[in-house]
Design a protein around this ligand. Sequence first.
Ligand SMILES: [Zn+2]
Length: 284
Amino acid sequence: MIPIFFILCLIYFIFYYIKQKDIFTLEQVINQKYFNKFNLKDIKARGLSNKNIQSYYHSLIRKSNSNELHLINSIFKVIKKDIGHKYKPLLDIPIIIYIFRELENNFPHTHHNAILIPETFPLNMSYYTKNTLLHEKIHIIQRFKKDNFYRLYEKYWNFRYFKINNLDRIEKFSRTNPDGLDNNWVYSYQGIHIVILSLYNKNYKDISDVSSYGIYLDNSNNIIFPVRKKKLNEIKEFNHFFGNLNVNNYHPNEISAEMLAMMLLGKKTNTLAYKKLLEWWEQL
Ligand SMILES: [Zn+2]
């Protein structure tokens, strides 16, 4: 007879192993929730038809092999060394790596606790590689340590989170970004409230063919129609605070991933947002 104690230990260790390994299926990591957010422009920009998009994606995604995993682990070791005294346990979240081909314009991105990189991604010790992997890892931390990042956006960066009732009317023109799926972020200055979205350009060719806009809201946080919008780099109050941001850095998740990765790897920026980011990082 097997002692009950032994069985209990076995169950405990199986659960412990699963928890430690963070075993998820591809369906759990990249699921229908993401694809349900796609608007018609998202589908066209990605060259998709109305076929089963989820299974199409899954057919082009695989887990990293042992050689790739070994390289990625060595890169993260060097990143940790580079961060030095600025390192915080917050960064210790376990991740999984998937490799994809010919998806999302070959942009690295994340879902749940997985970083997805294209087959062509250089697995070396260049600044580009370290910065990109750290940027993507920060997107995962944003999901698992949401409160910390919401505090940065709201208490340090003038963003407010509001449910915008008629957001869907403009979201159908915007690029869906897995790293910033929730667009209800409002930036306020001098009594003016704007929601920030990445909108497809006229005659867009692919998902990189976008511009970032501030879209004006009324006092009840609804988008004003006919739409009043301004390109983000033409809003001087926003520019003054954040500096001249790259077109992909519009959502607070994108701005913080980019700015924090650069800060941790030793690149300083001379903006108010950077100064505030440092204050937030110090108090974590
Ligand atoms: Zn990003």
